[in-house]
Design a protein around this ligand. Structure first.
Ligand code: SDX
Length: 437
């Protein structure tokens, strides 16, 4: 992590109510906005900062992912997402995000072997699924199963032991495909399939999702490559809501399985990872190109809670670079599957075209984000809508666990405990029942 240790520059804040001025150090990172170090603000002024949604707040130092929202740039450990998507594969990107460097051939082989040989779940966990209704939402199932993993893998829950932290990290990366595939199989009433060690990470997942014990299953190289690329595109994304949830949970010393379960819960929201499922529902609601104007109008109406799902982003005020690659992958997968003129894709492309010509979206810099096209690919691959966000969670597990490790290794980090602007009642006397209105 490169940064200037002794801040040379600062910001002077003057409190007009007291006339007092204070200096806040300006910290610079490698690239990107500098930060005002306001850790001493309360002790010096008695004031808190106020930033609902943390639109202008940096919560940590991180060397994992850098986003330039204005330029539509996304780097993982300095490497651009479009280069990683084109030239790398998910195991390599997972290694990069987790360890900070691209692996050499020997390191990559060992990492893949370690992950492959940790992909089975404790057999008892298979019974854990049976506590759920078959029609449970798979995000509810994987949230429960991942949290419960702390009950099965006690030997990797001591967060103060770097070896146990890495064992838990490998276990979570390795087992998430099995956890997700089993949630899907359980919903179908079909038997679970065990991981197969001679398959790739993406291929193993596809087989566990779609094979049955009744016949051999051949992994489609096209779908394997597409799934691998989609996993890369979802792997990490700076301090988004679910990553911040993982960091906050981890700051209390909670075990890694509990922290990742918390991340899954946060990702589920339709404003976040749940948007990929919501996009398909929205496209189904719109139904045809001629109804697009009606829904664009709804999205622009301040009195209507409807939003264009898959559009907009807190950081990207330009095209999400992942959305571009996702759209290209969408065309490739549909072509390879011989799906000509997929109506949902045509509808999505037309919706994007109309929105990006509309002043409301242009003025607010609302562009398609990573979730806008992913659902169309997943559907074409035969993945049911309710499983879309599980795939996001599967891929993001490496980002979450890398950020969790970074947080624990950061000497500046302590338990996260934000303050507030209190707007409730002033102190008042207790009112006995007989005297209440
Ligand atoms: C992900 O943070 C990450 O990095 C997340 C993520 C990751 O990889 O981890 O990138 C993954 O979560 C992508 C986002 C997926 N969510 C959606 O697609 C849901 C739809 N998008 C919106 O809910 C919204 O754009 C957010 C939540 C993504 C961002 O919300 P912000 O930054 O809080 O923006 P805002 O709500 O303040 O919106 C600013 C303006 C508002 O209008 P005005 O008050 O100025 O009149 O833009 C409008 C909003 O009403 N607006 C939209 C809109 N998104 C914002 N209007 C219509 N449709 C939309 N999608």
């Amino acid at each position: 992590m490169t940064e200037n240790k002794t801040p040379k520059e600062s910001v002077t804040l003057t409190d007009n109510s007291s006339g007092k001025s204070i200096e806040l150090p300006l910290l610079a990172g490698t690239i990107g906005p500098r930060v005002m170090d306001c850790r001493s603000l309360y002790s010096q002024t008695g004031h808190f900062t106020y930033d609902p949604g943390y639109t202008s707040t940096g919560s940590c130092r991180s060397a994992i992912t850098y986003i330039d929202g204005d330029e539509g740039v996304l780097l993982h450990r300095g490497y651009a997402i479009d280069e990683l998507a084109e030239h790398s594969d998910f195991p390599e990107v997972a290694y990069l995000i987790l360890k900070g460097e691209l692996p050499n051939a020997e390191q990559k082989t060992k990492f893949i072997k370690d992950i492959t040989y940790h992909s089975m779940l404790n057999e008892q966990i298979s019974f854990f699924y049976r506590g759920f209704r078959r029609d449970s939402h798979p995000m509810a199932v994987i949230c429960g199963v991942v949290g419960a993993m702390a009950a099965f893998y006690h030997d990797s829950t001591d967060i103060n032991d770097p070896h146990q932290r890495m064992v838990a990290s490998y276990r979570l990366i390795a087992k998430m495909p099995t956890v997700v595939a089993w949630a899907y199989k359980y919903s179908l009433g079909q038997p679970f399939l065990y991981p197969q060690n001679d398959l790739s990470y993406a291929g193993n997942f596809l087989r566990m999702m779609f094979a049955t014990p009744c016949e051999d299953y051949k992994v489609s190289p096209v779908l394997e490559k597409a799934m691998d690329r989609i996993l890369i595109l979802h792997a990490d994304h700076e301090q988004n809501a679910s990553t911040s949830t993982v960091r906050l949970a981890g700051s209390s010393g909670a075990n890694p399985f509990a922290c990742i379960a918390a991340g899954i819960a946060s990702l589920w929201g339709p404003a976040h990872g749940g948007a990929n499922e919501a996009v398909l529902q929205m496209l189904g609601q719109i139904g045809s190109v001629d109804r697009i104007p009606e829904f664009i109008k709804k999205a622009k109406d301040p009195n209507d809670s409807f939003r264009l799902m898959g559009f907009g982003h807190r950081v990207y005020k330009n095209y999400d670079p992942r959305a571009k690659i996702m759209q290209q992958t969408c065309h490739e997968v549909l072509n390879e599957l011989g799906i000509k003129d997929e109506p949902l894709l045509k509808l999505a492309v037309e919706l994007e075209r109309i929105a990006l010509e509309d002043e409301y979206f242009v003025s607010r810099k609302l562009f398609p984000n990573v979730d806008f096209y992913s659902g169309i690919i997943f559907r074409a691959m035969g993945i049911p809508t309710q499983v879309f966000t599980c795939l996001f969670a599967l891929a993001r597990t490496v980002g979450w666990i890398a950020q969790w490790n970074e947080m624990l290794a950061d000497s500046e980090q302590k338990i996260g405990r934000p303050r507030q602007l209190y707007v409730g009642s002033a102190p008042r006397k207790f009112v006995p029942m007989g005297k209440r209105a």
